[in-house]
Design a protein around this ligand. Structure first.
Ligand code: HPA
Length: 272
């Protein structure tokens, strides 16, 4: 969508179906949909019904917007997100976060499944994203700038909100999860990385690697929406262990930490 009004139309369609303006947006990563069970009095809207929205094709992603209450706050949750590897252009990947912004949210929480590059991390550990590296591909903000969202050239130095990370660290201390803070390295997928690529990513400063989140963070930074992004280490990245990587492994790890992880996110929401 290239006009501000198109995004407004998508947001107005959603707002017409809600009883209040949501305060916090949440986008759930692969196999992390369990959190949506915490949403009280849910109202669900299929992506396919929302004018101008994208349609989810990835396995382990539901493809609907769920609105409701978590820890006393009005939350709108995307259960199912959109990835470059599905065939979307980077520019199209701006749509969901811009629509969430126009719903009126004041903070966005992103979760994802990632591979651990840092060898001090273990499978099942959590990483609060401090910063990212994206050296390949285009930007969701490429093309004519929509000034209503933000300026042509925009700052990324505080894209990962300092305040939200501080809240997340406090919640981490109360949680049974093993929580780190580190740098997320974006790869386009759908192939996992080669062992040589993982070595290079480690040298460059990446602690975890994944195929999502970064386009959403760029879109949020452009429209001044504070972001908290959290990775779950679903596997050790390629070459760290002897075994090959599989999607089954990713989904299995998710199951074992789903309850503490959902509680962690709920605790964060209660403190935003
Ligand atoms: N690499 C890229 N994306 C991923 C991985 C990985 O090892 N694990 C989960 N998502």
């Amino acid at each position: 969508m290239t006009r501000y009004q198109d995004y407004k139309n998508s947001a107005d369609f959603i707002l017409d179906r809600l009883d209040a303006v949501p305060e916090i947006g949440v986008i759930l990563g692969s196999g992390l949909g369990h959190f949506s069970d915490k949403i009280e009095n849910p109202i669900e809207i299929d992506y396919k019904d929302i004018p101008g929205f994208l349609i989810s094709t990835a396995a382990g992603h539901a493809g609907k917007l769920i609105y409701g209450t978590v820890a006393g706050k009005k939350v709108v949750c995307m259960s199912g997100r959109f990835h470059y590897y599905e065939g979307y252009e980077f520019e199209e990947l701006a749509v969901p976060v811009r629509v969430l912004k126009l719903l009126g949210i004041r903070a966005l929480i992103l979760t994802n499944a990632a591979g651990a590059v840092n060898t001090d991390y273990n499978v099942g550990d959590i990483m609060i994203i401090r910063d990212h590296i994206k050296l390949m591909g285009s930007s969701p903000m490429r093309g004519p700038n929509i000034d209503e969202f933000g300026p042509r050239f925009f700052d990324m130095t505080k894209a990962y909100s300092v305040d939200l990370r501080s809240i997340a660290r406090e919640c981490a201390a109360r949680s049974s999860l093993n929580v780190h803070e580190g740098v997320y390295f974006f790869t386009p997928g759908p192939q996992y990385e080669t062992p040589a690529e993982i070595k290079a990513i480690r040298v460059l400063g990446g602690d975890a690697v994944g195929m999502s989140t970064v386009t959403e963070v760029l879109t949020a930074a452009h429209c001044s929406l504070p972001v908290l992004a959290i990775s779950v280490m679903k596997n050790m990245a390629a070459g760290v262990l002897e075994q090959p990587l599989s999607m089954e492994e990713v989904i299995e790890t998710a199951n074992s930490i789903e309850e503490p992880f959902s509680e962690f996110i709920e605790d964060i929401i209660s403190h935003i």
